[in-house]
Design a protein around this ligand. Sequence first.
Ligand SMILES: NC(=O)c1ccc[n+]([C@@H]2O[C@H](COP(=O)([O-])OP(=O)(O)OC[C@H]3O[C@@H](n4cnc5c(N)ncnc54)[C@H](O)[C@@H]3O)[C@@H](O)[C@H]2O)c1
Ligand SMILES: O=C(O)CC[C@@H](O)C(=O)O
Length: 534
Amino acid sequence: MDKPVVLIAEELSPATVDALGPDFEIRRCAGSDRKALLAALPEAHAVLVRSATRMDAEAIAAGPRLKVIGRAGVGLDNVDVSAASRAGVMVVNAPTSNIVSAAELTVGLLLAVARNLPQADAALKDGRWQRSRFTGVELADKVLGIVGLGRIGSLVARRMAAFDMRLIAYDPYVQPAYAQQSGVRIVGLDELLEQSDFLTVHLPKTPETAGLIGFDALHRVKPGVRIVNAARGGIVDEAELYAALKEGRVAGAGVDVFATEPCTESPLFELDNVVVTPHLGAGTAEAQERAGVAVAEAVRQALAGRFVPEAVNVRMGAVNGELAPWLLLAEQLGRLFTATAGGLPGVLQVQVSGEIGRHDVAALELAALKGTLTDVVEGGVSYVNAPLIAQERGLRTELLAGPDHAEHRSLVTVRGVLPNGEEVSVSGTLTGLQGRERLVDICGFEVDLPLTGDAVFFRAPDRPGVVGAVSEVLSRAGVGIDGLRLARTERPGEVLAALNVVGRVSQAVLDDTAARIDATRSWSLEPSGRAAAS
Ligand SMILES: NC(=O)c1ccc[n+]([C@@H]2O[C@H](COP(=O)([O-])OP(=O)(O)OC[C@H]3O[C@@H](n4cnc5c(N)ncnc54)[C@H](O)[C@@H]3O)[C@@H](O)[C@H]2O)c1
Ligand SMILES: O=C(O)CC[C@@H](O)C(=O)O
């Protein structure tokens, strides 16, 4: 019998092939060469990639035998996970394989930028002994602002504490008390920008984070700040960074990642105070070996037809049949909770009321937790890694069995109190013979909307004209409205406008609409993938 074909589409550690073993036919292609990739995919049962191969819907459709896509690294920005799920293709990655390497590269860039190491090296090798030209600054006693205190941000914090830096971080999804235990003070973005002597970015790239360090932020930074981005290109706006460096608002920058890669030409390359590397964060023997072996093992399991719990698009294993449809509802409510809150509480309560609560509903607690983390954590959240990720940021869950509900046979509520004392809650149920997910309540505003399509939400002053203004801005942007609900609570003066929309609402359109009605908050939820908020 023919062996299953594993297509290796990028340069991977030799340990990957060893870990795959003798049971597969290994083929290779250059995944960045689109034609070569599409030609090789039809016979592949598995494809292994890094970040240069685009496994989008077209590529997935070109592989009718595909069972698994293995991403030897963290980021899934080059893999269309939803398209893979629709095609029944498992996606596995290695989310912790290269975090130490990425943190160490960040430390290297911070030092290189502080002490002009590459510039001095180049000058000396060019025959110039220039000592005063390359006078740098110390790291000790300086404030390091960490934007995104996740896996890599935390490792950078630990390492830079040893350099006697003072550590602050902006990350609304990490508990301040928890960060404080590692000597990091959580602050707002403005405070971080104003106080940091060095700023390092460790965010996932999402609609919310793209361009976060752009025109506004780079005009608010402490003059003479040095900035490192070894996360994703485009989180720091390259054109704005160039302008800030030229004008001296920023004294130096270390850049490992670019908005378009490979990137061999950039105005940034002309500047003496910029140190660049070609996306080298994961470029160590150890990280490559770990990533290659991890995905090879997952691919072996997947092609043997075994359950691969780490897969990012795996559904929960065996659960009671009646409970299964409630899992997706709980996960969606978790995602909506985070988009609504714009942060995470110390304790996430999952309350299950009514008939469904008579089953063992522990799986709903896990599903809701997975949902709350999905749009803010890099590299996919699975049922397996969700509890660990929660633990790493000081988030606990609590499952409550609620009383029967007067209006709904069963109801799931996800609730929590944010560090600023604000309580956020979202409730939903399943309705009709098909068991469609419906949103019932957000923060005491009674809404009755399907929870399956794209939706946008605005909290705004209760004035005439909200509906007209929202409809006008959205329709001008080519977004159709499928359903709209204006909800109030007993608290006077505020409305919640909740809309089901046809077509994606960009962050810019969300912001424009919010500005038209003086909304105090606006947020959106996509059926799958990332939520946006402002
Ligand atoms: N240069 C490289 O080769 C390399 C290697 C590995 C990872 N990376 C990148 O590094 C980045 C960090 O990876 P990680 O594994 O630490 O991810 P992570 O998910 O563990 O951490 C990201 C953190 O960002 C926070 N966050 C999300 N949205 C935010 C927002 N809008 N505002 C503030 N904070 C927000 C999250 O709460 C989380 O704590 C990712 O972009 C990843 O792709 C780059
Ligand atoms: O080197 C790579 O393949 C990308 C590394 C890193 O950005 C990742 O997402 O894992």
